[in-house]
Write a protein that binds this ligand. Structure first.
Ligand code: BDR
Ligand code: CA
Length: 308
């Protein structure tokens, strides 16, 4: 079983990824950022989820806003105003740790050098801050898997080529993409290609346990949004990144390239610019995941919902 450190902004698909992680791996901590919704909500959602799982995973709160500029948008219109489908859960009892998420990332990777796979499921603010404080951090993680970007410009934000996690905090993404010598990048386009038929999702919910019932509750808002916006099938970006973190062998197609972040662009700020043809001479820093074994991906989700 891999050991994971998860940086996240829960978020409905974050929740599924976190369920998968607890089913199939050891989870050292959840470090939480603002993104889909504000930090108060994302931290509470992380605690609610850990309580449901009954895992005791420590939750660390991090950055309440991007490093430099206020974001253009959040994703409450997909995930609900509270990030968990506005179900109205009671305040969780699971505590939030006093230590800042960025400091926890530094400390935990110092305590277990070379052991932890870092999975980034939200804006990269906490991780950027951590690597600025401690530039040796990238050398201490076993792997980094990032959910972010849109490698041929088919993004999901108001800036057409930008994907949400990168577009929310482009400067943080820039810091992280420059700091790590190599990481796995699971972009929005791969997510869309690896959607499941609605029937698969409905089958997991019907066969699953309390985790499936919980997920079905929080998914309502996002499901309606997807239907209204012609996003067909069950799309779960963070779940795909988590699957790649849990089982690197499930990747069937990948390309290693230099990827940089557009920080200016009137229409393109937050875009992931991939040097597909190696024209700029930058050292490749990202293994771009282009395809995975869909059955294996489905099995990892089914297991996490108690429907395997
Ligand atoms: C990413 O943005 C968020 O809304 C999701 O949780 C995922 O991390 C997809 O672009
Ligand atoms: Ca997320």
């Amino acid at each position: 079983r891999p050991s994971l450190l998860i940086d996240t902004d829960p978020g409905v698909d974050d929740a599924l990824a976190i369920l998968m992680a607890h089913e199939h791996a050891d989870v050292a901590a959840l470090t939480v950022a603002a993104g889909n919704v504000g930090l108060g909500h994302t931290v509470r959602n992380a605690r609610t989820l850990v309580e449901l799982i009954g895992a005791g995973t420590p939750v660390f709160g991090g950055c309440p806003s991007p490093l430099v500029r206020a974001p253009d948008e959040d994703a409450a219109f997909v995930h609900g105003a509270d990030g968990f489908g506005d179900v109205g859960f009671a305040e969780p009892k699971h505590p939030v740790e006093a230590e800042h998420a960025a400091l926890a990332l530094i400390r935990l990777t110092r305590e277990r050098p070379g052991e932890l796979t870092l999975v980034a499921l939200g804006p990269l603010t906490n991780l950027a801050l951590a690597v600025r404080l401690d530039p040796d951090l990238p050398q201490r993680v076993k792997r980094l898997v990032v959910m972010g970007g849109a490698v041929t410009g088919h993004g999901n934000t108001g800036k057409i080529p930008a994907e949400f996690n990168i577009g929310f905090d482009p400067e943080a993404a820039h810091v992280v993409f420059e700091a790590f010598p190599m990481f796995d990048l699971v972009d929005w386009e791969a997510t869309v290609r690896h959607a499941f038929p609605d029937e698969s999702y409905d089958g997991w919910v019907a066969a699953g346990d309390a985790r499936a019932a919980f997920f079905e509750k929080i998914f309502g808002t996002a499901r309606r949004f997807n239907a209204e916006h012609e996003r067909t099938g069950f799309i779960a970006a963070d779940a795909l990144a988590m699957a790649v973190a849990l089982d690197p062998g499930m990747v069937t197609r990948a390309e290693t390239r230099h990827v940089a972040i557009e920080l200016d662009g009137r229409l393109t700020r937050g875009a992931t610019v991939v040097d597909w043809q190696g024209r700029l001479g930058g050292t490749p820093n990202a293994r771009i995941v282009l395809g995975v074994d869909q059955d294996r991906f489905g099995q990892l989700i089914a297991g996490a919902l108690g429907a395997a």
